[in-house]
Design a protein around this ligand. Structure first.
Ligand code: SF4
Length: 311
């Protein structure tokens, strides 16, 4: 039976770490105050916070739909050899974006009661006029064409069509690893073994711009893969970022220093997370006031929790 826990389980991910650095108050809302907010008889603050947590924005919605559709396209290719038609894939993604807009503008009431099942966009929730900014829509439209075209012509998708040399690892296997008592979440887009050169290849699709964080993220993936499959050497792991906006890809082989860096990052980060707890055995957080608000107020206008901090 589903057990209701008073406090959430302590876990770690790169995005959790980034949220804590960006704004400790947001971190508290995301990882503690919203806990159990999906339950019918939850406290109203937990419900409210959980609802706000579920708000997305146009760029994030776009990224998540594109990732889903690419995943489906790959699965479908692997199962029945069908290569999607570029225009069909574009139309499908556009349809889901439109659905997100309809949910946000016409189904607010449904979203209010079941925020996990409907979409609410930040641009709509915090606007007065149910309109998306025109320049953002134009930018996403342009991205949509580039991303789909580059996906279908990417090195990875081309290689997939040479499957007799590849062994795919079920994405379901990639969820988390344990370091001591802490669960570290790892979400990898695609992993396969190249049977020709016996390398493990990790693919990460990027629908946004390049970032300095990319290497850390890939190092975390490599660390996980190495542990999970007892891979003797880092030289056997190739990690590849596919930058779909630009249509480029970049491969890395990591050095042991990269793994040491990500392990140090984890150690420092988890220590800071523990400092926000009153009871580390239960993961009971300190009171909300112990989580400072980030000082640059202009950044808050893009935050889901604006109305909680300034409402
Ligand atoms: S509104 Fe600002 S201070 Fe409040 S949680 Fe968001 S980023 Fe932090």
């Amino acid at each position: 039976m589903f057990e209701i826990k008073h406090y959430p389980e302590l876990s770690w991910s790169l995005s959790r770490h980034k949220t804590m650095l960006e704004c400790p108050r947001k971190y508290a809302y995301d990882y503690y105050i919203s806990h159990n907010g999906w339950l019918r008889d939850a406290l109203s603050l937990a419900k409210h916070t959980y609802r706000l947590k579920k708000i997305t924005n146009l760029e994030m919605l776009f990224g998540s739909i594109v990732h889903d559709k690419m995943y489906q396209a790959i699965q479908s290719y692997l199962h029945n050899g069908e290569i999607p038609i570029e225009e069909t894939l574009i139309d499908d993604i556009r349809h889901h974006l439109n659905q997100g807009f309809v949910d946000s503008t016409k189904k607010e009431n449904l979203w209010f009661h079941r925020p996990k099942h409907y979409t609410m966009m930040h641009e709509i929730y915090y606007s007065q006029d149910n309109q998306l900014p025109k320049e953002k829509v134009a930018k996403i439209n342009e991205r949509l064409h580039s991303v789909v075209h580059h996906f279908l012509n990417s090195r990875t998708f081309q290689e997939l069509q040479n499957q007799n040399q590849m062994e795919f690892i079920e994405a379901e296997q990639f969820r988390y690893m344990m370091v001591g008592d802490i669960k570290i979440f790892v979400v990898m887009d695609l992993v396969y073994r190249n049977l020709h050169n016996h390398k493990w290849v990790i693919i990460d699709w990027k629908t946004g711009k390049k970032s300095e964080e990319d290497r850390n993220q890939l190092a975390l993936y490599a660390l996980y893969l190495k542990q999970k499959f007892n891979i003797p050497s880092l030289d056997d792991i190739v990690i590849r970022n596919e930058y779909l906006l630009e249509g480029t890809c970049q491969e890395y082989t990591l050095e042991s220093q990269d793994l040491a860096n990500v392990q140090n990052l984890f150690n420092m980060s988890i220590q800071e997370m523990l400092n926000y707890l009153d009871d580390t055995t239960q993961n009971q957080p300190k009171p909300l006031e112990a989580f400072p608000m980030q000082p640059e107020e202009w950044k808050c206008s893009r935050c889901n929790y604006y109305e909680l901090c300034f409402g």
